[in-house]
Design a protein around this ligand. Structure first.
Ligand SMILES: [Fe+2]
Length: 270
C-alpha cells in the first residue's frame, strides 16, 4: 500500500525527520543526516512506502531501529534489509521475534552508528522487551508504543509496576525532549483524559489544538516531554485530582493510580 503524504521536520541544519503515515494510524520515522547522507528508519510497518520515500529523496538507508516486535513495527524489516542491506537494530531479548535482527542491543546500551549517537531505554510494559531510542545530542526520543501524546500503550505483556517504572524513566527526560511515537492516537487519548477531568482547561486547550491540526491534515506528533507532564494523566498520577477522578483515596500510591488509569482507558469508548 502506498504511503499517505509524508511530512518533514527540520531538527537542525544537519538533521531532517520525515514522518510517513502508513496504514490507518502508524508512523514510520525517517531520520536523515544531510552532511553524511546517512538515514535511519524507526519502526516500519512495511517496506514499500519507506523504499519509495528513500528513492524519492535519494537517501541511503543505514539502519532500521525496532522498538518492539509487533507486526506493525517490524513488518518492513526483511524487505528493507533485502533492498538496502541495512542492519536491523533491536532488543536482543526479543531476538526470536524481530525479523532479520542483526544488531542486538540491550537497555542501557550507548551506540554510535555513523553520525548517530543512540541510547537504548528500557520502555518495557506494552511488551516485555520494548525499548526506546533516545538521541541525547538531538533531544529526540522514539518510544514506539510505550508513550503516545496524551497516553501510553496497552499492557500486552507487562505489568502496571513495569509501566510505572517506564513512566519514571520517561519523566526523567528533559522537558524539551521531542518524542516521535508510532501512532496517531492523540485525539482519542485527550478525549479519554477529558472524560476524567472535564474541567481541566489545559486539557481542553490541548484537545482543541489537536483537533485543529487534524482538521488541517497535520500530525499531532511529535510531542514533548514537557507537554506530557502537563497533559498526560499517566505523568500526572501523583495529582490528587487524578486519583479523585478515578474514585481512589487521596493520596493514593502512584502505582495504584497508574493501574486504575490503564484499566479505565482500556474500558473507555468514544
Ligand atoms: Fe505495539
Amino acid at each position: 500500500m502506498s504511503a499517505q503524504p509524508f511530512f518533514e521536520i527540520n531538527v537542525n541544519d544537519d538533521v531532517i525527520i520525515e514522518g510517513l503515515p502508513i496504514w490507518s494510524d502508524n508512523y514510520a520515522w525517517l531520520l536523515h543526516h544531510r552532511p553524511s547522507g546517512s538515514t535511519l528508519v524507526v519502526d516500519a510497518p512495511e517496506a514499500p512506502p519507506v523504499l519509495e520515500r528513500l528513492a524519492a529523496r535519494a537517501w541511503r538507508l543505514d539502519g532500521v531501529l525496532n522498538t518492539h516486535h509487533h507486526p506493525d513495527h517490524v513488518g518492513g524489516n526483511l524487505g528493507l534489509q533485502a533492498a538496502t542491506g541495512a542492519p536491523i537494530f533491536g532488543c536482543g531479548a526479543d531476538a526470536g521475534r524481530l525479523p532479520g535482527l542483526d544488531r542486538a542491543v540491550a537497555p542501557g546500551d550507548r551506540r554510535t552508528h555513523g553520525p548517530w549517537g543512540l541510547e537504548v531505554l528500557d520502555l518495557s510494559a506494552h511488551t516485555r522487551a520494548h525499548i526506546g531510542w533516545w538521541l541525547p545530542a538531538l533531544g529526540l526520543l522514539f518510544p514506539g508504543d510505550a508513550l503516545f501524546v496524551g497516553g501510553c500503550g496497552r499492557l500486552f505483556e507487562g505489568s502496571p509496576a513495569q509501566l510505572t517504572a517506564t513512566l519514571g524513566r520517561l519523566a526523567a527526560l528533559p522537558d524539551a525532549a521531542r518524542f516521535f511515537c508510532a501512532h496517531e492516537y492523540t485525539l482519542a487519548n485527550l478525549r479519554w483524559a477529558r472524560s476524567l477531568l472535564p474541567d481541566d482547561v489545559g486539557l481542553q486547550e490541548a484537545e482543541a489544538a489537536a483537533l485543529d491540526r487534524r482538521a488541517a491534515g497535520l500530525p499531532t506528533v511529535p510531542g514533548t516531554i514537557g507537554a506530557e507532564r502537563r497533559h498526560n494523566l499517566y505523568f500526572r498520577a501523583g495529582e490528587p485530582a487524578v486519583a479523585a477522578a478515578l474514585g481512589l483515596p487521596q493520596p493514593s500510591p502512584v502505582l495504584d493510580v497508574i493501574t486504575a488509569l490503564r484499566a479505565h482507558k482500556d474500558q473507555h469508548r468514544g
